[in-house]
Design a protein around this ligand. Sequence first.
Ligand SMILES: [Zn+2]
Length: 284
Amino acid sequence: MRIGLDIGATNIKGVLVKNRKIIKKIILQTKTEQGKNIIIKQILDALHLLYNRNVDFIGIGAAGVVKNGTIVYSANMSRYGWKNINLESIVKNEFRTKTTVINDGQSAAWGEFVIREKREGTLVCLTIGTGIGGGIVINGKLINGTAGEFGHMTIDVNGRKCTCGNKGCLEEYVSDRAIRRIARSYGLEATTKEIINAAKKGNQKAIRTFEVAGKYLGIGLSNIVNILDPDIIVIGGGISKAGRFLLAPAKREMKKRVMPMNRSVKIEKTRLGVFSSAYGAAML
Ligand SMILES: [Zn+2]
């Protein structure tokens, strides 16, 4: 059996996998603001909830830049002390089990690749939540390093300041904080979940919010398509629950901006829901 964990600034999600199937799932709220030691304790507690003596692999997808099992930096978590943490050795010491830690967007892409039949071509995955994570799988190979940081591509030269230090990053326009900010500008003060539900009930302010965010997402997607010519783009993360309210304007904008031969690229919702990254980590 295998355990997969997904560590984000908002939630820690975990799965226990047997014969490629998820047999147990957990979600807990990350105590990001309480700092490094508390988060590490949460991670070990989550692993203990899933662990049994048949587990022979632990995979972890973690938000941020990961190098050789160490979380080096995270745009949304490092300001609370979450940096330079050798999570791989911490987990190995606790469980004496083979452990691999990679970036969460990359493990999400791997999960969405593994769950599909197709083994050739290029799959791109974007997970939209606190920020935007991403990963790229080409002909069955996960591209590693810091590839797939789609959230930090510049889409507005003089745009909003991002947590990463750059200006005009995609995740300043499409993410939890971005959705709330755009809705607020229309006089709708609510959580992202509430905004999604309002859109589904026909609230025009909420619908308009996703049209604006979707347009920016479409600009980002057009850049990805022009660079990588993917066969499929998978959109996951909590914000993807907005469904067509976000994806329809995104597709419209993307089509306007890509090369004519790339207008039919497939854009799909995740098949693993919010567990893409945890499942992908388990299946590394
Ligand atoms: Zn950025």
